[in-house]
Design a binder for this molecule. Structure first.
Ligand SMILES: [Fe+2]
Length: 266
């Protein structure tokens, strides 16, 4: 993967989404309402991130085979589905996949795919690293032959394996989406949640990440204090973008606290 963040001064940002944040067509597709979660501005446009809600036309609009020019495209569906989808591995048998709710998708640069329709009202979060370009493909098999090392992977919540966090995050458990090795250790994505009945706070130890952290609260709430003493309470639909090196200590959280997180070292 190209190092798209090397010369970018990442700003810290904290965005709270509301119903009013939806903007119809403020993105690639006219039938999607988008909510900017603040990461695009915080990263000088090198990372694009939105929450989206599919409109009625999503059920009948097919994209045709295409690929993207970004370094990595990731998306997590919260609700709705299934979406019908074809990727490189479906080419030989002309098969399709059904992508339901609570599924993570990750695709490398250049991987051919074809979106055949999805359920109206579905909601998702998308995070794209690098400049997003879309290029139609006339001959997907030939294209795949030229991009044989490209890949697409899915992680479904029904198959999730939850593992306890380490050190300052030992009161959380994580469902890892399995993209760390696929991206050469540069990008990790997972869902974290409080371990029920875990001791909290864990020794008052601060979390200090060595990667750009994008964290979106899915459920519950968390209160934390930052190094400069700033306290904040982050409830569902709050998105944090923290540059590498940012430290904070969680001081309280709800039993049902759950978040999706990307840790990016580029
Ligand atoms: Fe696409």
């Amino acid at each position: 993967m190209e190092s798209v963040l090397a010369d970018v001064a990442i700003k810290a940002s904290r965005n709270v989404l509301t119903k009013d944040s939806y903007k119809q067509g403020a993105g690639r597709r006219s039938f999607i309402s988008y909510r900017d979660i603040g990461v695009t501005d915080a990263t000088g446009g090198r990372i694009y991130a939105v929450a989206g809600r599919l409109g009625k036309e999503a059920e009948t609009v097919a994209t045709g085979w295409h690929y993207h020019t970004c370094e990595l495209q990731t998306a997590y569906t919260f609700a709705g589905g299934p979406a019908t989808f074809q990727t490189g591995e479906d080419l030989a048998g002309n098969t399709t996949k059904q992508i339901g709710s609570q599924t993570f998708m990750c695709m490398s640069k250049g991987h051919p795919h074809n979106e055949l329709g999805s359920t109206a009202g579905g909601t998702y979060l998308e995070l794209v690293i690098g400049e997003m370009g879309t290029v139609p493909i006339e001959d997907p098999a030939a294209h795949l032959g030229e991009h044989a090392d490209s890949w697409c992977t899915f992680a479904k919540r029904e198959d999730a394996v939850w593992k306890p966090g380490e050190g300052a995050r030992s009161f959380l458990s994580f469902w890892d989406f399995g993209i760390t090795s696929k991206t050469g250790g540069k990008v990790t994505a997972h869902i974290g949640r409080r371990i029920p009945g875990s001791q909290f706070p864990a020794n008052g130890v601060a979390y200090r990440g060595d990667a750009l952290q994008v964290l979106f609260v899915i459920k519950g709430w968390v209160e934390l204090v930052r190094e400069d003493g700033t306290k904040e309470r982050n409830e569902a639909e709050t998105c944090l973008c923290n540059p590498a090196g940012t430290a904070y200590t969680e001081t309280a959280m709800s039993d049902d606290y759950e978040f999706i997180e990307w840790l990016i070292k580029l």
